[in-house]
Design a protein around this ligand. Structure first.
Ligand code: AMP
Ligand code: GLY
Length: 424
């Protein structure tokens, strides 16, 4: 089977690495990919927004499956486009259609869905420019901290949590009146603040049944002890000790099954990953958000624990016979740390030479923001540069390996958090 994988991050390198272990794979293409994905397949520069160009490629290379990594193409309806064209309608697409992708693309839609199907989540109200005054009165009535969320995709920046009422009102009005996040903040949600510990739960579903993937925890803040600015993710671990059997049973019966039943009831077809961003409050799971794809950097810790052929799982998903495939998960611990460019998530420089990659023996190295120059050297090409992933019989053993190996890799400005997994 020839596969096109869309995306360019650590998630996509990890997926490319796993897919090439499948005997079902003939050719793998990654668009646009990075220096790491090119070790597993052919990077191709395609604009997925240009369907004519994409279609020509799909036909030329006889692609039979498109795996969509990031949220934007899903929310914009790439899946729908592929299967609504007569010449490409036979192609399997992993990742939901536009309507289902609204679970991530519109927080208002997701909240209404959760409310309708009694899925536990924070209480909320949503407002537009027209109802801004009611929103301000609502803020005055509730307790601090104030959670404000832009309805649409805002590259992970659309959630603001503030302690001070005046600041919250100012931010709320900047989001709505000044359209701080553009189209995404035309509707703004005000949510009850939930206090607890977070984890990421992933299910692969064909719309009828699902397979549970390993649970992970990601570390979003740039600084040790979860301080400083939010990033795309500084590391992840899997499994997560507090996501024990009792908790996961509640997650399945109160959240995953009702979500799938809700989708079926709404006649919303789904094929791909559902990512539940959860918070554990007094032992009970609440949904912070839905995503319609795998997480990054969670993928770098969960996919290595998957022992089943991923392409076989994808094929069964597309053919709606996922119930036929047993899923095997390693009981090893996996830890992943992200090496980032100095200054990230603020301004940082690119094109720094990366050395020492060939010295790493005890870790998997997944590339995120990297590229290769004409001399075959590998250069930094983003804020998050590399993920180092190791197995261990304990979390500590896995972490000891990644931290030892991280010292062997060099690039100007290299930074990483030294406390991944500290809170577990
Ligand atoms: P989101 O983009 O929805 O994942 O939100 C980003 C982060 O904001 C989450 O990972 C949480 O840490 C935090 N957050 C979002 N909603 C809430 C809430 N209702 N209560 C507490 N923290 C929240
Ligand atoms: N790690 C969170 C995300 O991928 O959105």
């Amino acid at each position: 089977m020839n596969v096109l994988l869309i995306g360019s991050g650590g998630r996509e390198h990890t997926l490319a690495w796993k897919l090439t272990q499948s005997s079902k794979l003939s050719k793998l293409f990654i668009s646009p990919g990075n220096a790491g994905t090119s070790m597993h397949g052919k990077n191709v520069s395609l604009d997925w927004r240009n369907f004519k160009e994409l279609k020509a490629f799909l036909l030329l290379e006889e692609i039979s499956m498109v795996v969509i990594g990031p949220e934007d193409p899903l929310v914009e309806g790439l899946h729908d486009q592929i299967i609504s064209d007569k010449q490409t309608q036979h192609i399997f697409v992993i990742g939901p259609k536009k309507l289902a992708a609204k679970l991530e693309g519109s927080k208002d839609f997701a909240k209404e869905f959760m409310q309708k199907y009694a899925i536990p989540t924070a209480i909320y109200k949503s407002f537009t420019k027209e109802t801004m005054d009611q929103g301000i009165r609502f803020l005055e009535d509730i307790k601090s901290p104030y959670v404000l969320k832009a309805d649409g995709l805002a590259a992970g920046k659309g959630v603001v949590i503030l302690d001070d009422l005046d600041q919250a009102i100012a931010e709320f009005s900047a989001m709505l009146k000044d359209e701080k996040f553009g189209e995404a903040s035309k509707t703004v949600l005000i949510e009850e603040f939930l206090s607890g510990i977070e984890c990421s739960v992933f299910a692969l579903t064909d719309g009828k049944t699902y397979k549970l993937f390993p649970v992970a925890k990601d570390y979003k803040r740039v600084g040790e002890g979860d301080t400083g600015l939010n990033t795309g993710g500084m590391g992840s671990v899997s499994p997560v000790s507090f996501a024990d059997e009792t908790f996961m049973k509640k997650v399945e019966t109160r959240i995953i099954q009702p979500t799938l039943n809700g989708l079926i009831n709404e006649k919303i077809d789904y094929s791909g990953f559902l990512f539940f961003g959860l918070i554990k409050v007094n032992g009970n799971p609440f949904v912070i958000e839905y995503n319609v794809r795998l997480g990054d950097p969670e993928t770098e810790s969960i996919i290595p624990r998957l022992e089943t052929d991923l392409l076989e799982l994808f094929q069964a998903t597309a053919e709606k016979r996922l119930d036929e495939i047993p899923i095997q998960i390693s009981n090893q611990f996996v830890s992943s740390i992200i090496l980032v460019s100095g200054g990230y998530p603020g301004d940082y420089e690119k094109n720094k030479l990366i050395s020492g990659l060939n010295l790493v023996k005890e870790c998997l190295v997944f590339h995120a923001g990297t590229k290769q120059n004409e001399n075959q050297e590998i250069l930094t090409n983003g804020g998050r540069v590399l993920a180092l992933t190791a197995f261990g019989s304990s979390k500590q053993e896995a972490l000891a390996k990644v931290y030892a190996e991280a010292e062997k890799i060099h690039f100007e400005g290299k930074y990483f958090r030294k406390d991944i997994g500290f809170d577990l």
